[in-house]
Design a protein around this ligand. Structure first.
Ligand SMILES: *[C@@H]1O[C@H](CO)[C@@H](O)[C@H](O)[C@H]1NC(C)=O
Ligand SMILES: *[C@@H]1O[C@H](CO)[C@@H](O)[C@H](O)[C@H]1NC(C)=O
Length: 440
């Protein structure tokens, strides 16, 4: 009898818990929003130019509308030879990719206004920033007890942690991200690449011996874990000290040692990225994200994005194992048709190529606002430039970088956001931002 009562009590308690979870789960934290006619019109107009854009620029790709206004399927021609085999399923990569263009437009437009370099200001302002977050950015091989020893954690990050952001939105005009695809050796893009204000490269990509194809300029270099561990080799790839190195993952004791002892003169930072889900992870995509957070316009070279993929090749070494090339191509085509990047490739070599049907800035802006409402993002539809800030903290006084010869677009943007710095909050379901505002 006692047991039965107990069981009943447990059942009742879990029932109550389930109801509570149900209630809190369905009550939308940032909504509800009703889409206006203008919102719906903006999304329709985005979808229709997006579809036309994909058919006129996607080299055979077609965009098919899905169940709702956000869903689009990118379809490769049926004769596409899918070469990449998924090691988990043993199946070749499929020819259909489902995309949510509302999510993409909302997230990527936010990137343009965010800071993507990790700073001390950010960790200080983040609740439990030192205990939890900082610890995740330090190599786990070291037995650090979740940064309980804050001084030790600070020391380990000190060489790569600026006080405040070294770069800000729209600081640079025209930028190019150069990938490492073997396709680069098919077109002499070198001169063209050198014409950009900023050139961003990836991992161990060499310049010497390939300048006709990849150019000579190099401003930033994005590093994955493997390349970051060989920081000494990477720093030799370009006139020592000039390139800024940005590490995607964690700082490791080996790197700290190299920076101090070799020494490495290049500025080295850690990246702070938005979350895009599984569709978008590699170094190439992180390079595009970083670039969009500091540039007005972005051009892409050296990604494997033309039909006829045979194997994953790099321009400077033997081909190596890659992954999901068709998904990559579909995703980059989506980015082009959302007005985020311009693709340059052997089959699209004309520097003056016009991206037909790319939605204009006002369509993108309106569709972004509508998408934020639909997705119930923090601050959706508020019209307040700080609306998406879910955490607001004061800036450290007197420590902002003084920037000379700052571009007009950057000044205007700073005015618009009232000198606020906005950092992405990776695990905030509403894609809220951590914002630091001026003290006065
Ligand atoms: C460039 O080519 C020369 C001659 O083949 C070679 O010795 C050198 O290692 C190459 N440099 C790079 C960075 O590949
Ligand atoms: C980003 O800033 C610009 C002004 O520079 C503004 O027009 C735009 O709405 C902002 N985007 C987002 C997502 O807040």
């Amino acid at each position: 009898m006692r047991l039965l009562q107990f069981a009943f009590a447990v059942a009742l308690a879990s029932g109550v818990a389930a109801i509570l979870i149900y209630i809190t789960g369905v009550s939308k934290p940032y909504g509800p929003h009703i889409l206006s006619d203008e919102d719906l019109e903006a999304l329709r107009s985005l979808q229709s130019s997006f579809q036309k854009c994909v058919s006129s620029n996607g080299l055979g790709l077609q965009a098919i509308s899905g169940r709702d206004i956000c869903e689009i399927t990118l379809q490769f021609p049926s004769e596409t030879d899918s070469k990449w085999i998924d090691p988990k399923t043993g199946e070749p990569e499929g020819l259909l990719f489902n995309l949510n263009i509302c999510e993409a437009v909302a997230t990527w437009e936010q990137v343009r206004n965010s800071t993507t370099i990790l700073t001390k200001e950010f960790i200080d302002a983040l609740p439990n920033g030192w205990e939890d977050y900082a610890w995740q950015r330090i190599n786990k091989g070291i037995l650090l007890n979740r940064c309980v020893n804050k001084a030790l954690c600070m020391e380990k990050l000190s060489l790569v942690l600026p006080e405040t952001p070294p770069y800000f939105p729209r600081q640079f005009g025209r930028c190019a991200v150069v990938g490492n695809s073997g396709d680069l050796l098919k077109t002499r893009f070198g001169k063209e690449i050198d014409g950009y204000d900023v050139v961003i490269r990836e991992n161990g990509a060499p310049i010497q011996n390939y300048t006709d194809y990849v150019g000579t300029k190099s401003t930033f270099r994005l590093l994955n874990r493997g390349s970051a561990k060989a920081l000494d080799k990477v720093s030799e790839l370009y006139d020592t000290g000039k390139e800024v190195l940005i590490i995607k993952t964690t700082i490791h004791d080996i790197m700290n040692k190299m920076i101090q002892e070799i020494p490495i003169w290049n500025p080295v930072y850690l990246m702070l990225g938005a979350s895009f889900g599984s569709a978008a992870k590699g170094t190439g995509l992180k390079a595009l994200e970083f670039a969009l957070s500091i540039c007005d316009t972005l051009d892409m070279y050296g990604f494997t994005v033309d039909p006829g993929y045979k194997e994953w090749t790099r321009y400077f070494s033997e081909s190596r194992k890659g992954h999901t090339p068709l998904q990559g191509r579909a995703y980059y085509q989506m980015m082009e048709c959302l007005g985020l990047i311009k693709i340059h490739s052997p089959m699209r070599p004309d520097p003056n190529r016009v991206i037909k049907w790319v939605p204009d800035r006002s369509t993108v802006a309106a569709a972004r606002i509508a998408s934020e409402k639909l997705l119930r993002r923090v601050g959706a539809g508020s019209g307040d430039p700080l609306g998406a800030c879910s955490i607001i903290k004061k800036q450290v006084r007197g420590k902002r970088a003084v920037v000379s010869s700052i571009r007009k677009a950057a000044i205007e943007h700073r005015k618009y956001v009232k000198e606020t710095t906005m950092y992405p909050l990776e695990h905030d379901p509403g894609h809220g931002l951590l914002c630091t505002v001026p003290t006065s």
